[in-house]
Design a binder for this molecule. Structure first.
Ligand SMILES: Nc1ncnc2c1ncn2[C@@H]1O[C@H](COP(=O)(O)OP(=O)(O)OP(=O)(O)O)[C@@H](O)[C@H]1O
Length: 347
């Protein structure tokens, strides 16, 4: 499907932030004379997703990917910012009635298909649940026919509806989760690490199914992943998260051909280059700082080969470069590496 980038985005996230209070209980704090502690899990994140597009959020563990996903689907509230779905702020507590109406139009697929399907229910009941929950169908024969269609759509046998989740493999369970997500004809699906619990051989099948369904139904995906191969296979645009902030947002091809942010480059350089004569992978250096006490200035500076005094003092704003938006003083000052990373060099 071609994406109309000039059309109003289906989802627009503006200056999104979420702070978690991770203080010890009051009495323990008093005894140990400890102050309250907070984690800025997400801090000033903005991006938009066009209809029919796949936008990937990528980053190491703890970078805030799942927190963003959970805010977008309404499982947790933002501390600050707006989440506009079809121009309605779904994070605004005053819009609860509108959000309830919009709920059917967005769905979520979780990482672990073993945990996300209720083991006590038959597969047909699991898939039918959104149909009855949203009051879309009540006639039994109609529901049965719809469930059979959904099972066929995800390339399972309609007879599988009579089985229980434990009778299926991981990949098949994720297909069942996809069928359930599609039941109410949603337009937008948040996919949180949809294949990372699956065997490598099965991952591609599930990703290809997701792409086929996207083409067939014009679906829009927010894809959460730490896997760059998945990003390259699936995404139109990518946001690279580091400690709750977007380091770089760029069209996928551009990001892989010419990563601007030193953190993006570090992630790409860490992917093994399996071609004959490919250069050895460079390991990711340094550790993610403690998010309770992040470094001053640019939070990436302790791991950054290009960091200077300004980076240690001043948090960077965004610089536009080609189709990319990058939070980096070195990019702004034009002192970055420009060679493409070998593993992803384009032929
Ligand atoms: N409910 C919570 N209470 C306190 N801290 C939380 C909570 N949820 C997330 N955090 C913290 O927020 C930060 C971001 O976490 P998040 O799970 O969003 O990251 P992630 O990128 O999805 O990581 P992973 O890939 O490991 O799931 C982490 O420092 C995490 O410890």
């Amino acid at each position: 499907m071609t994406i109309d980038r000039n059309a109003p985005p289906l989802l627009r996230v503006e200056d999104l932030a979420r702070v978690f209070d991770v203080s010890k209980p009051w009495l323990a704090r008093m005894i140990e004379r400890e102050p309250r502690r907070f984690v800025k899990a997400v801090d000033g994140v903005s991006f938009s997703i066009a209809k029919g597009e796949t936008f990937a959020l990528v980053g190491e563990s703890g970078s805030g990917k799942s927190t963003i996903a959970r805010m977008v689907v309404g499982l947790i509230r933002p501390t600050r910012g707006r989440i506009l779905f079809d121009n309605v702020d779904i994070a605004d507590p005053g819009r609860t009635a509108d959000v309830a109406r919009l709920r059917r139009r967005f769905q979520m697929i979780f990482q672990d298909p073993f945990a996300s399907l209720n083991p006590r229910f038959r597969v047909d009941a699991i898939i039918a649940e959104p149909l009855t929950a949203f009051g879309l169908m009540s006639d039994r024969a109609e529901i049965e026919a719809r469930v059979a269609d959904l099972l066929k759509l995800v390339r399972l046998d309609p007879a599988d509806g009579r089985k229980y989740p434990h009778e299926f493999s991981g990949g098949q369970r994720q297909r069942i989760a996809i069928a359930r997500a599609l039941a109410a004809n949603p337009e937008f699906i948040v996919c949180d690490e949809p294949t990372s619990a699956l065997d490598v051989s099965v991952q591609a099948q599930v990703l290809n199914l997701m792409r086929d369904l996207q083409d067939e139904f014009g679906l829009t995906y927010l894809l959460i992943t730490h896997n760059l191969a998945v990003v390259r296979h699936m995404a139109d645009d990518v946001g690279v998260l580091y400690l709750g902030r977007l380091a770089e947002v760029a069209p996928t091809e551009e990001l892989f051909a010419r990563p601007r942010h030193p953190y993006t480059r570090m992630l790409l350089d860490a992917v093994p280059d399996l071609r004959p004569g490919g250069r050895p992978r460079r390991a990711i250096t340094g550790e993610i700082p403690n998010p309770i006490d992040p470094p001053p200035g640019c939070t990436f500076h302790p791991r950054c080969p290009l960091a200077d005094d300004r980076c240690r003092r001043e948090a960077p704003g965004y610089t536009r470069d080609g189709g990319a938006r990058v939070a980096c003083h070195a990019v702004e000052e034009g002192r970055t590496e420009t060679a493409p990373p070998a593993a992803f060099a384009l032929a």
